[in-house]
Write a protein that binds this ligand. Structure first.
Ligand code: FAD
Length: 285
C-alpha cells in the first residue's frame, strides 16, 4: 500500500518501525535475529517498516534482501531509505527499477550526510531534487525527513522548513521526523509547517533510550535537546543498564501519550533492531 493511503485510511495512529541492516553479519545470524525481533513486534500491527541506507556501510543488496523479506515474511509494507549524495543518476535509476520490480511502493528520499573523505557525486545536491526525480521516473510514493529542531547545517529552523516545503512541492507524501525528546519542539515545528502551507502528515520519530552511550552517540550526530531532568536521571545512573532501560521506556511512553492525545497521524519508532523497548512502550499505550 502507498504511504498516502496508509495515512489516510487509518483512524488510529499508524505504527511504523525503523530498522538497519545488521553490521558485520558474516554468517547471516544477525539478520535472522532481526527478523526474530520484528516477529515479536508484529502483534502491534505496524503498517510500515523502514530500512536505513548507507549508514554503517550497508549497501543496496543488503537493503533489498531485508525489504523483500519484510514484504514476503512479515506481510508488511516496507519502506527503503535512500540517500542521493554520493550516487549517480544512473545508479538511482537502476535502484528505482529494482525496487519496482520487487513490488515496492514507497521510499524515504534523503540527501544523506556529506561524506568526509569521499568524492561527492554532483548529480543530486538536495533531497528535493531526488524527490522530483523519483516522481518523474517511478510510481513510488516518497517520504522525506523533517527536523523539529532544525537540520544541523541549516542557518535557521525557518529556512530549513522553507526547504522542507520544496520537498513537499516536489511530491513528498509524508514527513518522518528526526528523533526528539521535547514534544514542544515537535508541536512548534508542526505549527510553523502548517503556517507556510505544508499539509502532509508529519510523523514524529521516537527513540526509546535503552543505553546511555547510544544516547550520547546519537545526539552527537544530530541537533537534539534532552530535557535537563531526564538527562540528569540518566547521567546519575549511566552504568545501571536496567535503570536506563526502565527510565527510557517510561519517558518515551509519556512522550507518545502526549503526542497521541494531540492527534498525530502516526508514530515512527527507531527500534535499533530490538523489540524490547518499543514493545514495552506499545504495550503501555
Ligand atoms: P535535505 O532535505 O537535502 O537538507 C539538507 C540540508 O540542506 C538542510 O540543512 C537543508 O536546510 C538544506 N537545504 C535543502 N535544500 C536547500 C537548497 N535548495 N538550498 C540551500 N540549502 C538547502 N541518513 C543516512 O545516511 N541513511 C539513512 O537511512 C537515513 N535515514 C534517515 C531517516 C530520517 C527519518 C531522518 C530524519 C534522517 C535520516 N538520515 C539518514 C539522516 C540524513 O541523511 C541527514 O540528516 C542528512 O544530513 C540530510 O538529509 P535530508 O534528506 O534531510 O537533506
Amino acid at each position: 500500500m502507498k504511504l498516502k493511503e496508509i495515512y489516510s485510511v487509518n483512524s488510529k495512529p499508524v505504527i511504523s518501525y525503523e530498522v538497519f541492516p545488521p553490521k558485520d553479519d558474516i554468517d547471516g545470524q544477525k539478520l535472522e535475529q532481526l527478523f526474530v525481533e520484528l516477529e515479536k513486534l508484529m502483534k502491534f500491527n505496524p503498517s510500515v517498516i523502514s530500512v536505513t541506507y548507507g549508514a554503517g556501510g550497508s549497501n543496496q543488496t543488503e537493503s533489498v534482501e531485508i525489504i523483500k523479506r519484510i514484504k514476503s515474511d512479515l506481510k508488511t509494507t516496507p519502506m527503503p531509505h535512500f540517500t542521493c549524495v554520493s550516487t549517480s543518476e544512473k545508479n538511482i535509476k537502476n535502484y528505482l527499477n529494482t525496487l519496482e520490480q520487487h513490488g515496492i511502493e514507497n521510499i524515504l528520499a534523503l540527501r544523506g550526510d556529506m561524506p568526509q573523505n569521499q568524492e561527492i557525486c554532483h548529480d543530486f545536491k538536495y533531497a528535493s531534487e531526488l524527490v522530483e526525480y523519483i516522481k518523474k521516473e517511478s510510481s513510488l510514493s516518497a517520504a522525506v525527513a523533517g527536523y523539529p529542531e532544525g537540520h544541523r547545517e541549516a542557518e535557521s529552523l525557518e529556512k530549513d522548513i522553507e526547504y522542507l516545503k520544496v520537498k513537499v512541492e516536489k511530491g513528498a507524501d509524508v514527513i518522518y521526523t528526526q528523533l526528539f525528546f521535547n514534544n514542544n519542539h515537535y508541536f512548534n515545528f508542526c505549527e510553523k509547517c502548517q503556517k507556510i502551507g505544508i499539509d502532509i502528515p508529519i510523523i514524529p520519530g521516537i527513540l526509546p533510550v535503552t543505553n546511555f552511550k547510544t544516547l550520547e552517540k546519537m545526539t552527537s550526530l544530530c541537533k537534539v535537546d534532552i530535557p535537563a531532568d531526564f538527562y540528569e536521571k540518566l547521567d546519575n545512573h549511566k552504568d545501571d543498564k536496567d535503570y536506563i532501560k526502565q527510565t527510557g521506556i517510561e519517558f518515551a511512553t509519556n512522550q507518545c501519550r502526549e503526542l497521541i492525545d494531540s492527534g498525530v497521524k502516526g508514530i515512527h519508532f527507531y527500534t535499533l533492531n530490538k523489540e524490547y523497548a518499543t514493545g514495552r512502550i506499545l504495550s503501555n499505550l
